[in-house]
Design a protein around this ligand. Structure first.
Ligand SMILES: [Zn+2]
Length: 312
């Protein structure tokens, strides 16, 4: 079916009127503690969100995945949960019962297929255009996805994230144009990103896949590690590519005084860090966030090389 922000608003309201657990979790969001840090000019919000412990501590190794029922497959969803078909019947739009955003959606593929982005960016861009005031995001299999065995996007209201506004304020340096799409980089954000702008989902996907092919890939991975955020920007759709080199920070964990339960994904990279434990919420500061970006994101020099290699 055709979706737009009105259809989605009615859908969310209807699901919350029938699904108590989800309704309680959305209501609880209004009372969560939030603080805002300045990290080299980019505002970063920190959200203390105890309900997200399930996701932050998710075991995503092959054995653990095999032993659990996939919560994104239709057969395993709660009876009260229903979805809206989208994209010629290929995807279903669902509400996320463990929200971070005041409006939070999960959009799984209708088949139980691995989380892989190749061939899907055009879908992502079309979805971002249809949802209007949402940011659609993708977490790579070891970059925050808690169901790396079932392809899915998520989406949340754009005004909640800070990266969109931060990118509007910095100078973007164009690196390549390909048909109706162009890619740029910026040295002014605290984390290295590549930005693709295009009014055309197919052109955006083509240029994205040139970058994908140029990114380093680890022997033990199925695709280059990354987070993606996608939203309308003027007449274009903007895709923010955040290449990664590590899954979790070196101090990730629950044991010992020096560990923190922080497992960054697209939302964190987009400017909202989620801490399920209050002690981590109190402790997280700008220096630690700089350290997390440095440990998890592909460094600026390597990103420059990737950008240079796709110039023709
Ligand atoms: Zn599944």
């Amino acid at each position: 079916m055709d979706i737009n922000s009105k259809v989605i608003a009615d859908f969310i309201a209807d699901q919350l009127s029938k699904w108590e657990l989800a309704d309680n979790n959305f209501k609880a969001l209004a009372g969560v503690k939030v603080k805002t840090l300045d990290v080299d000019g980019m505002p970063i919000k920190v959200q203390f969100n105890p309900a997200r412990i399930v996701s932050s501590s998710a075991k995503v190794d092959a054995k653990s995945l095999k032993e659990r029922k996939c919560f994104l497959c239709e057969a395993n969803r709660p009876a009260v949960q229903y979805g809206l078909e989208w994209g010629d019947g290929r995807y279903t739009v669902l509400i996320n019962p463990f929200p971070i955003f005041p409006r939070h959606l999960t959009i799984p593929d209708n088949g139980h297929v691995d989380q892989l982005i190749r061939g899907r960016v055009a879908d992502m861009m079309r979805l971002a255009r249809a949802l209007e005031d949402y940011t659609v995001f993708y977490n790579g299999p070891k970059c925050g996805a808690s169901a790396p065995d079932h392809m899915h996007f998520q989406a949340g209201n754009s005004d909640f994230l800070t990266i969109g506004e931060a990118l509007r304020k910095v100078a973007l340096e164009p690196i390549v144009e390909d048909g109706a799409a162009r890619a740029s980089v910026s040295d002014e954000l605290p984390l290295p990103v590549i930005v693709i702008d295009s009014p055309c989902p197919e052109a955006g996907q083509r240029l994205f896949e040139r970058i994908y092919d140029a990114l380093p890939i680890r022997d033990d991975e199925t695709e280059p590690m990354m987070n993606l955020l996608c939203y309308p920007e003027g007449d274009d759709i903007r895709l923010v590519v955040i290449p990664r080199k590590q899954h979790r920070p070196s101090f990730y964990g629950t044991e010992g005084d020096d560990t923190m339960l922080i497992s960054p994904a697209s939302v964190d990279m987009g400017g909202v860090f989620i801490t399920p434990l209050e002690k981590d919420f109190e402790r997280l500061d700008a220096d630690l966030i700089r350290r997390i970006f440095a440990e998890l994101c592909l460094d600026k020099a390597t990103l420059r090389k990737v950008a240079e290699s796709i110039k023709v």
